[in-house]
Design a protein around this ligand. Sequence first.
Ligand SMILES: [Zn+2]
Length: 240
Amino acid sequence: MCQSCIDQARRQFMLRSAAGIAAGALVLSGLDRPARAASVPPTSLTPDEALAKLKEGNERFVKSPELCALDLTKRREEVAKGQAPWATVLACADSRVPPELIFGGLNLGELFVCRNAGNTADTDVLGTIEYGSEHLGSPLIVVIGHSNCGAVKAACEVAKTGAALPGHIGLMVDAILPAAKAEMGKEGDFVANVVRENARRTAAKIGEQSKIVSHLVHQKKVRIAYAVYDLDSGKVEFIG
Ligand SMILES: [Zn+2]
């Protein structure tokens, strides 16, 4: 390598290093942004108080849905500077199960929500939940399944027949399959049993696979619960 090649290689290395530092700074500033967004104090609710509040909200939703009226404009201004959600909810993506509504018409900034078909906990969901608990101070994590869940039905079908599902749907349903296999042949409605078991397993997985969450649970700063929402009655049954 001649001197000019060495000089050129050095210049390229310097450029790449500078770009790397700039990219790192961008990443850090990206991470820093939510930190500033969380500059409002976290909720003062305990895990049990947060759970009671969700139960109250669901009663309101079932008995008096007309009371679920929000002043969104005022609230938007209040929470624009930061968020301090008092519960984290992992729910199905099903359009009939929006957590803010089924828990009584909750406003912007109240719930930290993850949703996917079948309310399962992959890496993205675990990271999101950790962020909600550790960084935003949300004291409660609720995994909520629902009756007649399409993703669970698909998993039941795969468990029974070994059917292959197209595209990424099959991979998504794989996460529910262990619950479906465990419930196969048991008494009662297969799909309903798997909805419940899948929510239970997902809640357990969060506690087992997230060191951050399990540490907070151990410190009694966070509680993990699971529940099932009934599409017909609108009721949320908290199971564990
Ligand atoms: Zn569903």
